[in-house]
Design a protein around this ligand. Structure first.
Ligand code: ADP
Length: 157
């Protein structure tokens, strides 16, 4: 089965990598799809996010990195699959994930959203927490892949 793992990945964290790694065992093909959302202003450009994700997932042979804009359901269909993968950390994720999954289902009834539960040690971890800590020169080296840690240091220098 081919699954699309969509998100902002601004930047990718060890929590994302854990989901990708576990999914690479359970699914034949994983496409990590970075949302190119013009209305959000990300810390990292789309090109930077693509490069960091490629770097961090190079060991997984069935994982590819792509980007999309517009409706997720249209992208998923164009990629010849019907399955979206999302990570679930805490109850706080549940409400918005449920809303998105139901909205996608109402747009295209063929789309299925699967959830993979975060590892306990990553339930607190998010791209925004990482950016906040890095912004105050805090150490994020155990929260993100090495190349992301270096890029964050350069951004906030
Ligand atoms: P979005 O803005 O679409 O939520 P994110 O990059 O924040 O994009 O997250 C992409 C996906 O990864 C989401 O399904 C999110 O729940 C999941 N995710 C984020 N952080 C973690 C984590 N620490 N552990 C597991 N899943 C996570």
């Amino acid at each position: 089965m081919k699954v699309i793992y969509p998100g902002s990945f601004d930047p990718v964290t060890n929590g994302h990598i854990d989901i990708i790694k576990r999914a690479s065992v359970n699914f034949e093909e994983i496409v990590v799809a970075i949302l190119d959302n013009k209305s959000k202003s990300p810390l990292f450009t789309l090109e930077e996010r693509i490069s960091m994700l490629k770097d961090a997932t190079s060991e997984f042979e069935n994982v590819t990195i792509d980007s999309f804009s517009g409706l997720l359901v249209d992208y998923v269909e164009a990629m010849d699959t019907n399955t979206v993968l999302r990570g679930l950390r805490a109850i706080s994720d549940y409400e918005s994930e449920m809303r998105n999954a139901l909205a996608n289902k109402s747009l295209n009834n063929n789309i299925e959203t699967l959830f993979m539960v975060s590892k306990a040690e990553y339930t607190f971890l998010s791209s925004s927490v990482v950016k906040e800590i890095a912004g105050f020169n805090g150490d994020v080296s155990n929260m993100v892949p090495e190349s992301v840690s270096v890029k964050l240091k350069n951004k906030f220098r």
